[in-house]
Design a protein around this ligand. Sequence first.
Ligand code: NAD
Length: 289
Amino acid sequence: MSATLIDGKARAAALRAEVATGVAAFVAAHGRQPGLTVVLVGDDPASAVYVGSKGKATREAGMISGEHRLPASTSEADLLALVTRLNRDPEVDGILVQMPLPAHIDSDRVIAVIDPAKDVDGLHPINTGLLVSGRPGLVPCTPSGCLMLIEDAIGTIAGAEAVVIGRSILVGKPMAALLLNKSATVTIAHSRTRDLAAHVTRADIVVAAVGIPGMVQGEWIKPGACVIDVGINRIALPDGKSRLVGDVDFDSAVTRAGWITPVPGGVGPMTIACLLANTLSAATARAAT
Ligand code: NAD
């Protein structure tokens, strides 16, 4: 048996097209484009690439892309002042402060200052609380994208056994809350979990968000399960080149799973598409107030 590959690229393209249609309707109704502003502090090359692709995707969806690239020496007070200005700017519907921030800045404090109505990363404690309460709010983009892929693949989530590996506030915890809100029976596994294989073996849905290349073994996977690999790990090859792999040992898992996301081309493309969707939702909600 070989699993059906989940095409995150195609699903993300469809979602981006849906957002672009929604943006056109928003412009017709409100006479302005929704705006997403990204703040990057420091010169981490990977973060600079992410910020560049977010800007491009934002413009392609018909929205206004704002960017603030600040030096690594920026003080926490200056960053908080910028976020406060963006909170007050009526043209800005979404604010994203690219993580990680330099060590001298307290990222929790920065996230807490973002207006929850503009918090398109879904990390503000108000949005976290709304998610856990099962109420509408802005949801972190990566788990939101994973949920869409799972629903497309298996249809009904209610009653399914789900195992989420990883408990970060960015992926694991919101993923578990989303699955619980859909009435799955959810286990969260993490670095202190005793017998990971025993948990994974029960799961109809496995979401791996760890950051360890190929740690989830194919033989742990329940035949027919839906396997979502969030991990993005760059590994060195003997010829001096490198390639991206996930947290799941793809070659062994593909022989047992019912559905599986490839890395790259699975979860990754969904993240930016969900960011655009969050920005349009934020703009629509703000326009209604
Ligand atoms: P993180 O480092 O914040 O969290 C990793 C989690 O893995 C922790 O909760 C930890 O408890 C758990 N863990 C560590 N070792 C473990 C073990 N041996 N067994 C079980 N659990 C273990 O990472 P994160 O931000 O949640 O990201 C996880 C992975 O997902 C990374 O590879 C990251 O690059 C990737 N990621 C991808 C996207 C995307 O768009 N596709 C977005 C965010 C993160």
